[in-house]
Design a protein around this ligand. Structure first.
Ligand SMILES: [Zn+2]
Length: 389
């Protein structure tokens, strides 16, 4: 049941507008012989009034192939409400407009005073997600935005795929939006906004106060009943900006945490490799090391402990003392090389061969402590270049 018909003299008639949008009285065509034709299939039409009092046009004969035939009263009412909402927003609204190339036919084509075009589609008949995406793309090619509307009780699955609004039915007072317009809060995410009238929603969409937002999860609440929605929805630009800012912040945090974890793992690997090199170079087994450690700590104090082999101390193991809140370097055990640190820090070795090696390495006077597990001795020596005292 279309709202528009083609009049042989007056041109396009629109039953939703005063004087049919062209200065012609309804009485002149209703229950009168009038030269009316369908704008889509060009077959003859008559003016009618539905049982609910809605003025519209109907094909004189059945025309099953016409895209305007077979529309339900529900479809007619929704188109009429969409056109009224667009007109209330100060836009012109033309019903049942087809593209000249036939690529699309808008239920309502809203046009702003400066020429922006938005198709408002009353989509009550079944449609697949693929079809609705494809039809949306055909509008986009011509620079026409589109919003799809449905007013049946259950929202259709395709509604999450394209810019759409789920409305309350035609009965009762003015229609409101059931889903989905949402606002964002950084703590709790997207929440559906309640009680927006169709008139306001269309005004905000036309005025770009609402923009379509890509896939997201929206929390909803109806009479204490929680619902959730995932898909495309409408929101205000500042909420969209806040959401992407928050997403960026979380991504940065995540990346930083991953970098810290990787750095820790890398440090662990470096440490493990340093231990491996230390045991291989010194040829020391666990029993020998325990005995060596017991002698050193017995002499140097219970508050001392060995750190991991360190390049900084010639691949030897630093001996630290806990002091106050921190640690103090006391000596370096079994280094492969001596550095400037050896001028002030004693070296600990585990046998006379070790003492001899330090003698060869010494470039200054070095204090060497001999902690020998085979004898249990703990002795202090000074070595200089080529000498043992
Ligand atoms: Zn037709």
């Amino acid at each position: 049941m279309p709202f528009t018909a083609q009049h042989a003299e007056y041109g396009r008639l629109d039953a939703t507008r005063p004087e049919l949008g062209c200065g012609l009285d309804w009485g002149a065509i209703h229950r009168a012989r009038a030269p009316l034709h369908c704008p889509a299939c060009e077959s003859q039409m008559v003016a009618r009034v539905s049982v609910l009092g809605l003025r519209h046009f109907a094909h004189r004969r059945r025309s099953p192939d016409c895209p305007l035939a077979g529309e339900s009263v529900g479809h007619l009412l929704l188109k009429s409400d969409l056109a009224a909402a667009a007109r209330a927003a100060g836009w012109s609204a033309t019903l049942e407009v087809a593209a000249s190339h036939g690529g699309w036919r808008a239920d309502v084509l809203a046009v702003s005073p400066d020429g922006r075009r938005i198709a408002l589609e009353a989509q009550l008949s079944p449609i697949t997600e693929h079809e609705v995406r494809e039809r949306t793309a055909r509008y986009e090619v011509d620079g026409v935005e589109v919003c799809w509307f449905d007013d049946r009780d259950r929202p259709r699955p395709w509604m999450g795929a394209v810019p759409s609004l789920h409305l309350t039915g035609p009965a009762g007072a003015s229609r409101t939006v059931r889903g989905v317009i949402a606002r964002y809060s950084a703590g709790t995410g997207w929440h559906a906004v309640d009680d927006v009238t169709l008139t306001d929603a269309v005004k905000w969409i036309l005025g770009r106060r609402l923009i379509p937002h890509g896939q997201g999860y929206v929390h909803g609440l109806d009479d204490a009943h929680r619902w959730g929605y995932r898909g495309m929805f409408w929101t205000a630009a500042p909420y969209a900006a806040a959401a992407s800012e928050e997403a960026r912040r979380r991504r940065t945090q995540q990346e930083a945490a991953e970098a810290r974890w990787e750095a820790r793992e890398a440090a662990k690997k470096v440490k493990a490799a340093a231990y491996e090199r230390f045991w291989a170079r010194t040829g020391i087994g666990p029993g020998w090391w325990r005995a060596f450690e017991a002698i050193v700590r017995g002499a140097m104090g219970d508050d001392t402990f060995f750190g991991a082999p360190s390049q900084r101390y010639g691949d030897g193991r630093p001996l630290y003392e806990k002091r106050g809140g921190g640690t103090q370097l006391l000596a370096v055990a079994l280094p492969a090389r001596l550095g400037a640190w050896a001028e002030t820090t004693p070296v600990v070795v585990d046998d006379l061969a070790g003492l001899e090696r330090m003698t060869q390495l010494a470039f200054c006077d070095v204090k060497v402590l001999l902690a020998a597990p085979d004898t249990g001795a703990f002795e202090m020596h000074w070595v200089g270049p080529g000498t043992v005292y």
